[in-house]
Write a protein that binds this ligand. Structure first.
Ligand SMILES: [Mg+2]
Length: 175
């Protein structure tokens, strides 16, 4: 029951609305992130770095990803299966957080912050999903960057339905 309340709480505008909304990670302004004190980056995988269940970086963001991971302490935080999570380091070349706790629950972000050795306010979460990555990271006090999904057709239909719901809720807040 607590989990349901937590999910409902994540629908509040202060959690569901990201600090920045960009097309993809190529649009991230490194100087701006440095100016606001960001030291660590947490990357979602599916539809943020690769199509859903992809096995490597999408070509359109490859150069930007390499640059970002050189300039900031970085890691991956994905709600994928534990078997696939083990393979993510091989696919993307940075550490993937191994925790049974999933986004949006705070334990997932705490595990990532422990690895990065950064405070929430020094850390940005980059994710294509509002109700998991963005809402949870906002709850945990991180800076949040929402990107557009790289290949929406690659994901299960249930994800698309949730995405439509999230968009409707956000539009209602902006009216
Ligand atoms: Mg995703």
């Amino acid at each position: 029951m607590d989990k349901i309340y937590f999910y409902l709480d994540c629908l509040k505008p202060k959690y569901l609305i990201p600090n920045l909304q960009l097309k993809n990670i190529s649009d991230i302004d490194i100087d701006f992130l440095k100016q606001i004190g960001i030291k660590g980056l947490i990357f979602d995988v599916d539809n943020t770095l690769a199509p859903y269940h992809g096995t490597g970086l999408d070509q359109c963001i490859e150069q930007s990803f390499l640059e970002l991971t050189q300039k900031f302490n970085s890691c991956i935080l994905s709600n994928t299966s534990s078997e696939r999570r083990k393979k993510l380091e091989e696919y993307f070349g940075i550490h993937a957080i191994q925790t049974p706790i999933k986004k949006p629950f705070s334990g997932a972000f705490e595990a990532a912050l422990d690895y990065l050795e950064t405070n929430p306010s020094e850390t940005a979460m980059i994710d294509d999903r509002l109700w998991t990555g963005i809402a949870g990271a906002n709850q945990a006090g991180l800076f949040t960057i929402k990107v557009e999904p790289l290949a929406m057709m690659s994901e299960p239909f249930r994800h698309t339905l949730v995405r439509i719901f999230e968009t409707i809720v956000c539009k209602a807040y902006r009216k």
